[in-house]
Design a protein around this ligand. Structure first.
Ligand code: 8YV
Length: 323
């Protein structure tokens, strides 16, 4: 039997690409240039499976080839808001994602942003590199304490729980959360996480607010002007979820008017574009969507896409099927 023909839209870590070569007739992207619309359409026309990433917009048009060869979309990422799932289903495509393997790396990065923003680490680093540091003094670049403060989580799925664990076990933080589908009570006890009935009650109490919800249409601009007004004025927002969960213009206004104290952002509404005002703000830490960016995790993500594809082509149900 001939090997399934698959295509990856971007470069993957070496070990994952080696496994792709061993198992499939694979089209790699050696130049690592994003595919344009026509190339994406050809990918679906000429391959049994397409393995995209968050930057590939997989909509009805991308899947419009006639006849369509592709039967599987193996998304390299846990979030799959880049894929029009209804359109994929309508074309008979199965969709998988890569949960679990990136939980710790993403929670680590959310904590990195929380710490960096609270302790003015980005600003401090720029200060030293720019040779502006004139010496130690008791009032220099004072940030805000993290240990013992209250962390508010919006979303307590896998990544939210991993963040709760770091905060409560590592930093003695009190953890409160809102999630319309909360985990079982036993899970909460171990995390020391307390449930709140609304986003607003989390925002009213939290010193740090970290977003861990998916980018569903319901969550579009979930953090808007009214929600920023509901936060404490010395609170800090952390976003490692998706950019369109935050109304970026409202965030800029909230920061400029001092309605909140700072923000640590790994994701943006129009990546790779960043709202220019944010670039000029010292109380904002900006990272280029690095949540899962460790060698170990990116390799594991690739292997997880492959595991799902192997199951699919063997006629089994892929473990991470989302549609
Ligand atoms: C990826 C992510 O870098 O998995 C996700 O949802 O945001 C990141 O891990 C990205 O999605 C690549 O497709």
């Amino acid at each position: 039997m001939s090997k399934p023909k698959v295509i990856v839209t971007r470069r993957w870590p070496q070990e994952a690409e080696a496994r792709l070569r061993a198992l499939f007739d694979v089209t790699l992207n050696v130049d690592d240039r994003p595919l344009d619309r026509a190339a994406l359409q050809r990918a679906f026309r000429d391959h049994d499976a397409v393995f995209p990433t968050v930057t590939d917009r997989i909509d009805a048009e991308a899947m419009s080839a006639e006849p369509l060869r592709a039967r599987l979309i193996g998304n390299f990422g846990v979030g799959f808001n880049n894929i029009d799932v209804a359109a994929a289903k309508a074309r008979g495509l199965v969709v998988t994602n890569t949960p679990e393997v990136l939980t710790d790396a993403t929670a680590d990065l959310a904590m990195t942003l929380l710490l960096m923003t609270a302790r003015r680490a980005g600003e401090g680093e720029r200060h030293v590199r720019n040779k502006e540091w004139s010496g130690w003094r008791p009032t220099h670049m004072m940030g805000t304490q993290v240990t013992g403060k209250t962390l508010g989580l919006i979303g307590l799925g896998r990544i939210g729980r991993a963040m709760a664990k770091r905060a409560s076990h590592g930093f003695d933080m009190r953890v409160i959360f809102f999630d319309p589908f909360p985990p079982p009570a036993e899970a909460l006890q171990d995390l020391g996480a307390e449930r709140r009935e609304s986003i607003e009650s989390v925002l009213a109490e939290a010193d740090f607010v970290s977003l861990h919800c998916p980018a569903t249409p319901e969550n579009f601009n979930l953090m808007n002007a009214a929600r920023f007004a509901a936060m404490k004025d010395d609170a800090i927002l952390v976003n490692t979820a998706r950019g369109d969960v935050v109304d970026e213009a409202a965030l800029v206004r909230a920061l400029a008017d001092g309605r909140i104290a700072g923000a640590g952002l790994d994701v943006f509404a129009r990546e790779p574009a960043v709202t220019p005002e944010l670039l000029a703000m010292e109380n904002v830490v900006l990272l280029p969507h690095l949540g899962s960016a460790t060698r170990e995790t990116r390799t594991a993500m690739g292997l997880r896409v492959i595991e799902n594809a192997e199951a699919f082509f063997a006629g089994k149900e892929p473990r991470d099927r989302v549609a």
